[in-house]
Design a protein around this ligand. Structure first.
Ligand code: ASP
Ligand code: MG
Length: 438
């Protein structure tokens, strides 16, 4: 099966207002910043109004985190946000300088200056409002606007906040929505969204158009290309998003409402599965001999959630004897010790006997709206896994997704097996330009 080509985004009449976001690998050094500046100026010279959101250069955010660690093992989160937000301020200012040298006026703004208002939770603040007055004024003056991504200001404390790792994507979509932009372009180091990670599946194909809900499932289940909250935001506000590479001029992947995605002409088959996602960094916990009565599962899960840990893929075994059961779930690998400690501390009050754990499991998910109307998808998936000699430990599903938890060492081969089984393999090897897909 191959995908057809998509028509480029077509705007009826007048100028287009666009928000472009450039990730860290697109602005990693002085040369890259000048290259991106050129690209932004080209968009402007085509007659468009351009607002740019930029990430910190290369690995700056990680380097700042390391630096903080060396100064103070447990820095206050308020100060950490002051530090981390500086990364995006640097790239925003540098990008504005490079644009000014190309004969256009660019003005850089911090998140706070750009009107990004957030909750007060440092390191993981949510955008609650955008008051883009200064951006509107600058655009009205004919300037190019550069906004430091990943940051805002708390409405209640007036402190600088950051929005969580990878959240410049979310800044971009939120601004596109607030500015009523025609669309939002997210530039990274890959050509778009692929049917699987091209680093794992050489025959992975670029997807020309994908439904918001499919992209949400992929992002929530390990696809790194877009920040999950960015996709949620785009879906809620119906912002068309174009994910593309800053290293080429090729059209990328459009995220749209499912109803706006053109079906193939009749007679041609639409793919049942749109993509395969993987997440290797998971651990599995089983809580044994949990009393089988109402409220016990809630207590177990509350204990883990109370330690600030995200729980996924929960299953409860049918009681073997009359009075106890076992509850199994997955957590991020890095949170396993914390989860086990929290459970150990609550063991007596909950009344279970012990916990079992496995720190090296992974999850493979197949995603596609075609699943709704096609029977037998799970059977095809599980048969492909069986043929690849992959043992399934847990299964979870949504209306448009089937996930399996398996041994971490089996993840790559399971992804390849599923990709082939659903006819997604293409003949051209995908291009990976640089870095991490950020
Ligand atoms: N610089 C931040 C990070 O590395 C935000 C982003 O790049 O989106 O997480
Ligand atoms: Mg990113």
């Amino acid at each position: 099966m191959t995908y057809g080509t998509v028509e480029p985004f077509f705007h009826q009449g007048g100028f287009v207002r666009v928000v472009q976001k450039f990730g860290g690998s697109s602005v990693a050094d002085a040369e890259s910043i000048k290259r991106v500046a050129k690209r932004i100026v080209d968009t402007k010279e085509q007659g468009n109004e351009v607002t740019v959101v930029v990430s910190a250069m290369g690995d700056t955010t990680d380097e700042l985190l390391d630096l903080a660690q060396r100064v103070s093992p447990k820095p206050r989160s308020r100060e950490l946000d002051m530090l981390l937000s500086a990364g995006e301020r640097m790239s925003a200012a540098l990008l504005a300088m490079a644009i000014n040298d190309l004969g256009h006026t660019a003005r850089s703004f911090t998140g706070s200056q750009a009107g990004v208002i957030t909750t007060a939770k440092h390191g993981d603040a949510r955008i609650i409002d955008i008051t883009p007055g200064r951006i509107e004024t600058a655009l009205g003056d004919g300037d190019i606007v550069i906004v430091a991504g990943f940051q805002g200001v708390s409405q209640s404390t007036k402190d600088v906040t950051t929005l969580g790792r990878g959240a410049s994507d979310t800044t971009a979509v939120a601004l596109a929505s607030a500015l009523k932009a025609d669309y939002c372009e997210i530039y990274s180091d890959v050509d778009g969204v692929f049917t699987a990670d091209p680093r794992v599946v050489p025959g992975a194909q670029q997807i020309p158009e994908i439904a918001f809900e499919e992209m949400m499932e992929l992002a929530a289940n390990g696809a790194k290309i877009l920040h999950l909250r960015c996709v949620e935001y785009a879906r809620r506000e119906n912002v068309p998003v174009h994910v593309r590479s800053s290293f080429s001029d090729k059209p990328g992947t459009w995220l749209k409402d499912a109803s706006d995605i053109k079906k193939k002409e009749s007679g041609m088959e639409n793919p049942i599965i749109t993509g395969v996602a993987q997440d290797k960094a998971l651990a599995k916990v089983t809580v044994v001999d949990v009393p089988d009565r109402p409220g016990e599962a809630a207590q177990v899960l509350e204990t883990v959630a109370g330690a600030g840990i995200n729980i996924d893929t929960i299953t409860q075994n049918q009681s073997v004897s009359d009075d106890t059961t076992a509850i199994t779930f997955t957590v991020p690998q890095g949170d396993l010790t914390k989860a086990l400690d929290a459970l150990a501390a609550a063991r007596e009050s909950i009344g279970f006997s012990k916990t079992l754990s496995d720190d090296s499991v992974g999850k493979v998910s197949i995603v596609g709206v075609g699943m709704r109307t096609t029977p037998g998808v799970a059977a095809t998936f599980f048969k492909a896994l069986a043929d690849a000699d992959v043992n399934i430990q847990l299964i979870s599903t949504s209306e448009i997704r089937i996930s399996v938890v398996i041994a971490e060492g089996d993840v790559d081969k399971a992804v390849r097996a599923a990709h082939t089984a659903f006819g997604l393999d293409g003949s051209d090897a995908a291009v990976v330009y640089a870095g991490t897909g950020r």
